[in-house]
Design a protein around this ligand. Structure first.
Ligand code: SF4
Length: 256
């Protein structure tokens, strides 16, 4: 038997190889937005006082005020420095319009801001006692401050705030014409009298203030709030000596 050669298998039709998909196009690289040009930093906010209206009493209206009532009316809407915007009450000052003894403090505190009166609260009570100790009553003296509006958190008024307000105090002094001024604490001594040394160093030493046509003797002493904080025999004795000296000057002036 002959061997049959097996037939070669029919070629199988293979489907044409599918074309290989093209590799995905690389995702576009996200473009970074160009960094914005740096903005110029804002310039510091500078308080700009109003230039007209009741918020800005003119120098002329202050000088023209013929008495304390007219002066208060002219300046009570003042917004010349930033303290005006945060005040509750304007604190002009109070007392005898012809007082021989005038006290000048720093500025209103919380109680003064609420009541619109200078030296009320604990420091005011002590000042009343100090006045009583030299044989006077509060209504017989005049009490004012360097600034008429409360500095926030009872801080010391900034020099520019004191400068903005000082013309009002000087006009008050011109109208009252006191025989003696007692400054309470460092701020009135520095801002009104121009003495920058500490109160501890210069208290009890006469200074001078010239207002309009008069030179007025000034006695520096401690602020009642300081006395309350340092309620020692030495501090109280020092204030007592200062007030006695002021009273003696007034009595001598009255007798001459
Ligand atoms: S503190 Fe004096 S200057 Fe300042 S807003 Fe008050 S009144 Fe005007």
């Amino acid at each position: 038997m002959g061997l049959l050669r097996p037939e070669a298998p029919a070629p199988v039709d293979l489907p044409a190889a599918a074309p290989r998909p093209a590799p995905p196009a690389p995702a576009p690289v996200p473009m970074r937005a160009p960094a914005p040009a740096p903005r110029p930093s804002p310039s510091p906010v500078v308080y700009t006082p109003p230039t007209e209206g009741p918020g800005c009493p003119s120098t002329e209206s202050v000088a023209a005020a013929a008495d304390l009532g007219a002066l208060e009316a002219a300046i009570q809407g003042c917004l010349k420095c930033p303290l005006g915007a945060s005040r509750i009450r304007f604190v002009f000052g109070e007392g005898d319009a012809k007082a021989r003894l005038m006290f000048v403090g720093e500025g209103p505190g919380r109680d003064e801001d609420l009541q619109g009166r200078p030296f009320v609260g604990k420091a005011g009570e002590l000042l009343d006692k100090m006045i009583g100790a030299i044989g006077l009553e509060r209504r017989q003296v005049y009490i004012a401050n360097v600034v008429k509006c409360r500095p926030p958190d009872n801080r010391t008024p900034a020099p520019e705030e004191a400068k903005a307000c000082l013309g009002y105090l000087r006009r008050q002094i011109e109208l009252i014409r006191p025989t003696v001024i007692v400054t309470l604490g460092a701020t009135p001594l520095r801002e009104l009298v121009g003495v920058s040394e500490g109160v501890t160093k210069v208290r009890g030493q006469w200074k001078q203030l010239t207002v309009a046509d008069r030179t007025i003797p000034v006695m520096p002493t401690f602020h009642p709030a300081y006395v309350l904080r340092q309620y020692t025999q030495d501090v109280r004795k020092a204030v007592w000596e200062d007030l006695k000296a002021a009273k003696a000057w007034i009595d001598k002036d009255a007798a001459s």
